[in-house]
Ligand binder design. Structure first.
Ligand SMILES: Cc1cc2nc3c(=O)[nH]c(=O)nc-3n(C[C@H](O)[C@H](O)[C@H](O)COP(=O)(O)O)c2cc1C
Length: 412
């Protein structure tokens, strides 16, 4: 006999995170859009993130949103560094919620990876020539005056007041995220951005209390978490994105990540989102071969060792693979970025592949109703059936949208 609980794919089993219930375990991963002017999201983001909620994701992240204007990578990065940004974010969260998904924001600060062009221009550094196009270069900040890539721009070394000011900025951005209606907040601690720059001994050469030992290098990250947790509501989950291993140098590996995770847990982080790379090596994200599920092993290790719930992300595009990662206890959530860009209705298709009882229940009733008819017509007239299409009024047969053609093939 069918047991609906046992037979429901884990991918489509709701998950409770504090008071927030996500309808399934599919997360649209944070994705920078480079589509903002002065921080706030635009129509582009409403449509782009909205389509992932329409497609059936349980949790929909926006993009990395900078907590300070100088913490953006480019002039077109998003940010939530002013109260004036709140209404535009609120419009997106309202829409995502109206579609049954949980809106999530990723807060970030790029530190020394500032003052660039976007990916379409290979992230080239801004110059005085760009200033003529209203894109003034600016100096990034970082724990140590080291360029992000060999030959790159030297950031200003942060002093104690910079550290304090940025931590206030993280806290204020978290408060604005509450006001904008977000239910999940993620702190971006990965990919070679400011928090990661403090964590890595390749980018942090400080000799004060924010550098040196692992404990010192973790201090900034943990102070940010404490500041955010202080204003982020107790009944809402806090995520932290980590680079579980670094691409080069062997200076940060899973042992360091486990130590960090234990500290995060004590400070009220609920989920670790397991990415990799960002400091060291030739490019911004070196090191780990991009095979399917290339970071899922990190999620498993962190979950097993620390008991911290995890997100697995990275080249997970196959529904059975996603289900297997959950079933073997590697992760609690599965995030997709490019797979969803390729197919925003990925959750619906995954539900069909995994035999979920009612895949169309994942999407809005207006769309589901039409797609049920599409399914019905496809069953009535499978490919290969020859059907004569009427051309004149006298040849027409009576037709009902709900019931199909009366006496389908008898009229032929
Ligand atoms: C267009 C694009 C933008 C991204 N922006 C962010 C971002 O803002 N923050 C972040 O942590 N990761 C970002 N990522 C990384 C993704 O969240 C994800 O971890 C990565 O693409 C691997 O997942 P995938 O193989 O499913 O694409 C971005 C990826 C893409 C494709």
């Amino acid at each position: 006999m069918n047991d609906p609980v046992r037979d429901t794919p884990l991918l489509f089993t709701p998950i409770q995170l504090r008071s927030v219930l996500a309808r399934n375990r599919i997360v649209s991963s944070p994705m920078c859009q480079y589509a903002s002017d002065d921080g706030g999201p635009e129509e582009w983001q409403l449509v782009n993130f909205g389509r992932f909620a329409m497609g059936g994701c349980g949790i929909v992240f926006g993009e990395e949103s900078a907590v300070e204007a100088r913490g953006r990578k480019t002039h077109h990065c998003a940010g939530i560094y002013s109260d004036s940004h709140i209404p535009a974010y609120r419009r997106i969260t309202d829409f995502i919620k109206s579609l049954g998904a949980v809106p999530a924001i990723q807060l970030g600060h790029c530190g020394r990876r500032a003052s660039q062009h976007g990916p379409l221009k290979d992230r080239a550094m801004l110059t005085e020539v760009d200033a003529q196009d209203n894109m003034q270069p600016w100096q990034g900040i970082s724990p140590s005056p080291l360029p992000p890539t060999p030959g790159g721009a030297i950031p200003r070394e942060m002093d104690a007041s910079d550290i304090r000011a940025t931590i206030v900025a993280w806290r204020e951005a978290a408060q604005r995220s509450v006001d904008a209606g977000y239910d999940i907040c993620e702190i971006h601690g990965a990919h070679g951005y400011l928090i990661h720059q403090f964590l890595s001994p390749l980018s942090n050469l400080r000799s004060d209390g924010y550098g040196g030992s692992l404990e010192g290098r973790m201090r900034y990250a943990l102070e940010v978490v404490e500041a955010v947790r202080a204003v982020w509501p107790q009944d809402k989950p806090l995520f932290f994105r980590t680079s579980a291993v670094e691409g080069a140098g062997g200076v940060w590996g899973i042992e360091e990540t486990l130590a960090l995770t234990r500290e995060l847990k004590q400070r009220g982080v609920d989920v670790v989102d397991c990415s990799s790379g960002g400091v060291g090596g030739d490019g911004p994200m070196p090191g780990v071969p991009r095979v399917p599920g290339f970071q899922a092993g990190y999620a498993r290790e962190i979950r097993r060792d620390t008991g911290m719930p995890t997100v697995a992300v990275g080249m997970i595009t196959d529904a059975h693979h996603a289900e297997a990662i959950l079933r073997d206890g590697s992760a609690d959530l599965i995030a997709l970025a490019r797979g969803l860009m390729d197919n925003p209705n990925w959750p619906l298709h995954a539900a069909r592949e995994l035999g979920y009882a009612d895949p169309l229940s994942l999407i809005h009733a207006r769309e589901a109703q039409r797609l049920r008819l599409l399914e019905q017509h496809s069953k009535e007239y499978p490919p290969g059936i020859a059907v004569e299409i009427p051309f004149g009024p006298e040849e027409q047969v009576s037709y009902s949208w709900a019931a199909g053609i009366a006496g389908p093939r008898s009229a032929l």
